[in-house]
Design a protein around this ligand. Structure first.
Ligand SMILES: [Zn+2]
Ligand SMILES: [Zn+2]
Length: 252
């Protein structure tokens, strides 16, 4: 199993996970046309995607979902709350429930409930036999349930959204600063680092820093914070970019 980000940040997010038989897309926060060209740049054709999973209804995660689904007849998996938020209740989709695992091709998928200011957000663990990839972005804090669910990942795509000082000093209006830094907002670098510290780092081969804010964070601080936790381990750190996303990353 391997994964690639085709873009990560407040202007759009999408991740593709694939093995020999199965390909899934998690979120599609770019227009249909832009998604197709970003996919092409990574060597993926939309036709090969088996399903789109949606974490929540914020535009940077769902902008192109309906278009891509219609154009290429791709099934959508999401919670009822997310479907309602996207105004897609009448569209044919597969309803998922946090805590109830489901199968798409080779992948067993565990949807994990996260605290975020949306209807019914969930993030995902993707299991391919004994390998596990975790995606975890758009959450205001790490609950005990999240901490235990993400313990044993071989690779993780983890939100390092903001630096608390840069957010406080930054250009956002007060209400938005409160939202981003609040319990239902986004993880700051230190919250992400604390989660990492609780994980089995002997097992963790890849850490992809994601949803990095262009205004309230800088790559250097996020990277150094992560490096402090992973020094003396074999974990490789990748930083995901808004424009480029990432290279393909082998889960183990
Ligand atoms: Zn987001
Ligand atoms: Zn969000």
């Amino acid at each position: 199993m391997k994964f690639v980000s085709i873009g990560s940040g407040s202007k759009g997010n999408s991740t593709v996970i694939t093995n020999k038989n199965t390909t899934i897309m998690i979120d599609c926060g770019f227009s249909g046309k832009e998604t197709v060209s970003r996919l092409k740049a990574k060597g993926i054709s939309p036709e090969q995607i088996d399903a789109i999973l949606v974490t929540h209804e914020h535009t940077d995660h769902c902008k192109g979902v309906a278009t891509l689904s219609r154009q290429y007849a791709l099934p959508i998996y999401m919670t009822h709350g997310t479907a309602r938020g996207m105004k897609l209740l009448k569209y044919q989709y597969t309803k998922i429930v946090a805590g109830e695992s489901f199968q798409i091709g080779d992948f067993k998928i565990d949807p994990i409930c996260v605290p975020h200011d949306s209807n019914e957000a969930c993030q995902f663990l993707v299991n391919d036999q004994d390998k596990r990839f975790g995606i975890l972005t758009d959450l205001g804090h790490v609950t005990p349930h999240i901490e235990s669910a993400y313990q044993q990942c071989d690779s993780i795509l983890l939100e390092f959204n903001h630096d608390t000082e840069l957010l406080a000093k930054g250009p956002y209006p007060y209400s938005l600063k409160k939202r981003v830094g609040g319990n239902l907002g986004h993880l700051n670098n230190n919250q992400a680092a604390n989660l990492l510290q609780s994980m089995d780092l002997d097992r963790l081969k890849n850490l992809a820093l994601s949803h990095i804010s262009e205004k309230n964070n800088c790559f250097k601080i996020a990277l150094e914070t992560a490096q402090n936790i992973t020094e003396n381990t074999d974990t490789t750190i990748h930083t995901l970019e808004q424009q480029f996303g990432s290279e393909w990353i082998e889960v183990a």
